[in-house]
Each structure stands twice: as C-alpha cells, then as structure tokens.
Design a protein around this ligand. Sequence first.
Ligand code: C2E
Ligand code: MG
Ligand code: MG
Length: 281
Amino acid sequence: RDEVNRLTIVESRLHDAIRDDHLELHYQQVVDGATGATLGVEALVRWRDGATLVPPDLFIPIAERSELILELDRWVLDAAVAQAARWANEPRLGHLTFAVNLSSRHVLARSLVGQIRSALARHRVDPSRLIIEVTESALLNDLEAAAETLGQLRAMGVCVAIDDFGTGYTSIAHLRGLPIDILKIDRSFVSNIDRFDDRTLIKLIVETGHLLGCVVIAEGVETPHQEAVLRSLGVDQIQGYLIGPPIPPSEMVIALARGALVAAEQLPTSGIAQGVGVSGR
Ligand code: C2E
Ligand code: MG
Ligand code: MG
C-alpha cells in the first residue's frame, strides 16, 4: 500500500510539473562517423524538482502507468520543436535534426500524427528536421497500427528511428514491413564491443540496417577504441559521452562554437570563414 501511495504522489507531482513547465530538455549530439560533423541532437527530458534534476529513468516508468505519459511526450515534442525553430537561423545550428523519444503508449495513440503536424506547423519547423524515436516493444504491441502511424509520419517528411535496437524481439520480417529510416544500436552492445558475440551482432545489425536502406547509429559510445571499432563495422553515426553528454541548449551553442573553432584551427586556412567544421569535439 505504501508503494501505491508513493507512486500516486509522484504521479500527481509530475502532473503539476508538466503543467508548470518544470521539465527541461537536455540535448546530446549525434555526429557523422566519418567526418565527426554534428548532424543532429537527441532531446532528453529531465524534471527540475527544486534543486534536484531528476533523470528520466526515475519518472518515465511512473508516467507510463497512465495517460500522464501522453502529456509528458506532448510537452517534450512541443519544447523540442520550439527549440528547433529558435535555432533554425543560427549558423551552426540551423541544419541540426532533432530526435524526440516517444513512449510505446503514444505510438498507438490516435492523436499522435495530428499533434506532431500541429507542433511543426505552429513553430514553422521543416518536418525533415524531426526524428521520432520509438522502441521495438512499442511497435510489437500492435505492428499493423504502428506501421500505419509511422507511415503517416514518414509521408509528412518526419524520420522514424528504432531506439535501443537489438534488445527487443523484432525480426527481420517485422522490420521489412515497417517504415523506418534509422536503427540505433543499443549501448549494451557498444559497451561489450570486445566480446566476439557482441561485435558479430553489431555487424549483423549494421548489414541488416543498410539492406533496409536505414542509417545506423551507435549510442553510448564512450571511448576512442569503441568509436574506431564501430566505424570499421560500418556504423554511420555516433552518439555518446565520447562526443559529449546531454547538456542544456545554451551549453550546446557554446560546445558547437568551440568544436567549429577547434576544427578551423586544424585546417590550413580558416574553416569557419569557409563555413566548414561543425564538429562538437
Ligand atoms: P535513450 O533514448 O536510449 O537515451 C540515451 C540515454 O543514454 C540517455 O539517458 C543518455 O544520457 C544516455 N547516454 C548517452 N550517452 C551515453 C554514454 O556514452 N554512456 C552511457 N552510459 N549513457 C549514455 P537519459 O537521458 O537518462 O535517458 C534514459 C531514457 O529515458 C532514454 O533512453 C529514453 O528511453 C527515456 N527518455 C528520455 N527522454 C525522454 C522523453 O522525452 N520521452 C520519453 N518517452 N522517454 C524519454
Ligand atoms: Mg532515444
Ligand atoms: Mg537508446
């Protein structure tokens, strides 16, 4: 009974936090595996609870017990698209894609496509700058309905990514029938990259992804060794602490400017003047 009471209290406080804008989005860079150029960011939600910044693992599962997760996802979607609009005309930020995580419950909600369309229209953001990340389990709950929703998003120009890929039970037959643009290899494979089995699985995921015409991203990349192996296995894009942790938007502006400066210094002539070098490193 104590646990149920605790969850109810957290739910009610989280509801108030969404209403009062006490959530924050931090952004993590996704870079090109070959050039190191920053291609996009992933929006990751945090709850500002007084002086504490609560990580999503502590409240998303509670929000997912009810329709509260729909409110939370809606808040995140709107905040991320608003940020994309604010950055649209900035030199190093205007081209970035924005990845937003959606809970499995939301993928099957009828309101999803309309919500995304209206957020993009309201903030005048090009749909091709938005990536929706869903997990395999979200799709398998109702494959047909998920395929239809994702197909509508794709028709709008929004990209679809499968997050934490390799940890669920999607088969190649499922993948073939789904409109997907990106596979994100789960970080558990990356952290065990020196194990033969995991390396073989990464190779298999990369080949499957490419056969299906998808871009393959590795997440949770922490060391130059992991990055080098992933690149040799054909992974297209890299995300992880090696490149940078999730940070508030104001810090992202500084990180990308610093990355451009470093890239420019490494060139014989000024890269910034030529408009090259957007790596965050
Ligand atoms: P995810 O979408 O797979 O996000 C990646 C998580 O890995 C993030 O944790 C990120 O901080 C962490 N990470 C990034 N690079 C590294 C690395 O090099 N090493 C390690 N060990 N970890 C790394 P975070 O921000 O705590 O988010 C955890 C999960 O919470 C996310 O996993 C996602 O499933 C969920 N989540 C986050 N934001 C949202 C949201 O806005 N809506 C929904 N529905 N779920 C969200
Ligand atoms: Mg994600
Ligand atoms: Mg993930």
